[in-house]
Design a protein around this ligand. Sequence first.
Ligand SMILES: *[C@@H]1O[C@H](CO)[C@@H](O)[C@H](O)[C@H]1NC(C)=O
Ligand SMILES: *[C@@H]1O[C@H](CO)[C@@H](O)[C@H](O)[C@H]1NC(C)=O
Length: 270
Amino acid sequence: MSILLLIFVFVVWSHNVRNSMANGVTLESLRLSLIRQEDTIIFGLIERARFPTNSPTYNESYVSTPTFSGTLVHFVVKETEALQAKAGRYANPEEHPFFPDNLPPSVVPPYNFTEVLHPPAASININKDIWDMYFKKLLQLFVAPGDDGNYASTAASDLVCLQALSRRIHYGKLVAEVKFRESPGEYEPAIRAKDRDALMKLLTFESVEEEVKKRVAKKAMVFGQEVTLNNDDNKGKYKVDPLVVARLYGDWIIPLTKLVQVEYLLRRLD
Ligand SMILES: *[C@@H]1O[C@H](CO)[C@@H](O)[C@H](O)[C@H]1NC(C)=O
Ligand SMILES: *[C@@H]1O[C@H](CO)[C@@H](O)[C@H](O)[C@H]1NC(C)=O
């Protein structure tokens, strides 16, 4: 009898612990995932930097098919997303398509992803902003001018960067959920008042942001150096400028992640 009671108490206790951690997701587990995603983003940039600008990739007059009008990169992203949607990619709440309209249904059995997010979160997708930032601002900062004809590979490596950035930035939803569960009372007044500025202030930790920028710049130095047996040969030459990576985080990734967090929190009590 007392064993049964103990088991019952344990089950209730572990249920409560799990709830306060948002189904096993903690700020620490999110932090580790965000740090790991830095590697993916930096390697993505290094891969894209292998190719010069390759401007026909971004020129609407380059692609001509009767069923599609747009640039080659638009074509590659849209068609790849359609294929990946069939393979179930967007069943995962962490994935967000750049062209969500008319995606084909998944052909694979659904996986029961743990529900962490408040359901209205599903409607938040800021990929349009990420697309514009990447093509209008970021690309020209780390890619050399020129044309080597590798347009399809160029578009494919753009897609890898875009998907890594999108996943990273939309992680703001999970971060906001876990922060909210930790101290709902801190956020509720600003949410009810729909006060974006107050929410932004609650979500801003300048010293942490500085630390992130320093770490990604250091990673860009480590990952982007030429590795030779005579390792003094290539001091100071990096495949992607570490300052550009720090700027990518400081000017765009961190602010866009906070935008996702604010949008999420504004819907958190719906
Ligand atoms: C796009 O390609 C067309 C045809 O090759 C060319 O005339 C035009 O200048 C290009 N546009 C840009 C912005 O490079
Ligand atoms: C999915 O998981 C939840 C929580 O673990 C469970 O309650 C639910 O029955 C599962 N649904 C399916 C279809 O397996």
